[in-house]
Design a protein around this ligand. Structure first.
Ligand code: SF4
Ligand code: SF4
Length: 176
């Protein structure tokens, strides 16, 4: 490499610095100044309700199956009419990587990501959120959607017992 190349490289470096000298600084004085994230920013997770105020979560375990770091756990329970819900629901935010897979997997729109990124705590145990901490009053991103209006609740009837449903076939009767 020649001396000329060295001088050129130096000049380019200084030119880059010089270009930015008169620009407005981008530094934000957090926490006095707060930046508003984009609406689809993936931060604190919440459990939402359907338009009738009922819990949307049907404790299907899909979110916990999709979670790559296994930080969601729950216990399924059933109301007398067959409507499922989570008796308890827990997210360990100290392990969560905010990938959004849980929200993608959820068939009922129950679990949703919000732009609230201020969830740091001094004690790591405070990052374990229970259902009471996660459940919000609103519907979140889809205010109209109600899973049970589409699916119905009567999944507790025996297979073949629902309207327009054929009785189950015994596979052994199909054998030659
Ligand atoms: S955002 Fe990702 S890591 Fe966090 S709970 Fe959901 S699936 Fe798990
Ligand atoms: S939050 Fe959604 S995916 Fe997770 S258990 Fe409840 S209904 Fe299923």
């Amino acid at each position: 490499m020649s001396l000329l190349d060295d001088i050129k490289a130096l000049g380019l470096g200084f030119w880059t610095t010089w270009k930015h000298i008169f620009r407005r600084p981008l530094t934000i004085q957090y926490p006095e100044q707060k930046r508003i994230p984009y609406p689809r920013y993936r931060a604190r997770i919440v459990l939402t309700r359907d338009p009738d105020g009922g819990e949307r979560c049907v404790a299907c375990y899909l979110c916990s199956a999709a979670c790559p770091v296994d930080c969601i756990s729950m216990q399924a329970a059933e109301q007398p009419d067959g409507r499922r819900y989570a008796a308890w629901f827990r997210i360990n935010f100290s392990r969560c990587i905010f990938c959004g897979f849980c929200a993608e997997a959820c068939p009922t729109m129950a679990i949703q990501m919000t732009p609230d990124f201020e969830i740091c705590k001094r004690d790591v145990m405070d990052l374990v959120y229970e259902k009471e901490d996660l459940l919000v009053e609103g519907c979140g991103k889809d205010a109209e959607y109600n899973f049970y209006r589409h699916s119905g609740i009567g999944v507790v009837t025996p297979r073949g017992g629902n309207p327009d449903e054929l009785p189950p076939v015994d596979a052994r009767t199909l054998m030659p």
